[in-house]
Write a protein that binds this ligand. Structure first.
Ligand SMILES: NC(=O)c1ccc[n+]([C@@H]2O[C@H](COP(=O)([O-])OP(=O)(O)OC[C@H]3O[C@@H](n4cnc5c(N)ncnc54)[C@H](OP(=O)(O)O)[C@@H]3O)[C@@H](O)[C@H]2O)c1
Length: 207
């Protein structure tokens, strides 16, 4: 029987690539503001800045016997610290951090004790660079959250850390990341597939 996999942020970039490619052997569910483009994907509209929408989605997902939850949705505003508006700063904490914590809070008591949780996160959660203070704060914080959850839940929690990936994520940035090392989408997909197959050797995978 096909495994059921949920991915947040499946409408573009990493989430879209992973979702589309998992369709070969999984039943795939996604959530974002704009819809997934693939007709076989079961899509739930959700704005992750809104707690009520997250809770309502978590309720629906908890009834679907999902085997693997992949938390991928994220947003980044980069540039001089003073040039990022308070609204943008808040949005990074809401989408990159708080939304995942709310999801876990509502899902954990209701889903199978075998359900897996994979977080697509970032080397920005471990290394420091200029122009991304709020983004990095959200990623550092979430790494602590996921690491602690791994201690609590055991080997069904994973963190996958890509370097720079060629997606729309950086298109409006004031900061250039051209000189940074890149991760390709296929390597992320393979790490996710290893996670689904219980083949990841440790809780955190740096790509
Ligand atoms: N690209 C990189 O260089 C890179 C490197 C390391 C880690 N990452 C991480 O990888 C993840 C995916 O990034 P990406 O490169 O694929 O970016 P992307 O192409 O911009 O995709 C971001 C996804 O998140 C969703 N999203 C954003 N705000 C949302 C909201 N308020 N509510 C619901 N969904 C929302 C978007 O959907 P809608 O806009 O339709 O809502 C979209 O599906 C992020 O967590 C990012 O931090 C990216």
């Amino acid at each position: 029987m096909k495994k059921k996999v949920f991915i947040s942020g499946g409408s573009s970039g990493i989430g879209e690539y992973v979702a589309n490619n998992l369709l070969a052997n999984c039943e795939v569910y996604t959530a974002s503001r704009s819809p997934s483009k693939h007709p076989e994907i079961i899509f739930f509209p959700c704005d992750l800045r809104d707690d009520q929408q997250i809770i309502s989605l978590a309720e629906k997902l908890s009834k679907l016997d999902i085997n693997v939850f992949i938390f991928n949705a994220g947003i980044g505003y980069f540039g001089d610290f003073w040039s990022i508006s308070l609204q943008q700063e808040k949005e990074m904490l809401q989408v990159n951090l708080w939304a995942n914590m709310v999801f876990m809070n509502y899902l954990l008591p209701k889903v199978s004790e075998k359900a897996q949780f994979i977080f697509i996160w970032s080397v920005a959660g471990k290394t420091l660079f200029s122009g991304g203070a709020w983004y990095q704060a959200s990623k550092f914080w979430l790494r602590g959250f996921v690491g602690s959850l791994r201690k609590e839940l055991g080997n069904r929690v994973f963190l996958i850390n890509p370097k720079i990936v060629e997606t729309n994520f950086h298109k409006n940035n004031q900061t250039s990341f051209d000189e940074y090392k890149k991760t390709n989408l296929q390597d992320i997909l393979e790490a996710v597939q290893d996670g689904i197959d219980w083949k990841l050797p440790q809780w955190e995978i740096d790509l």
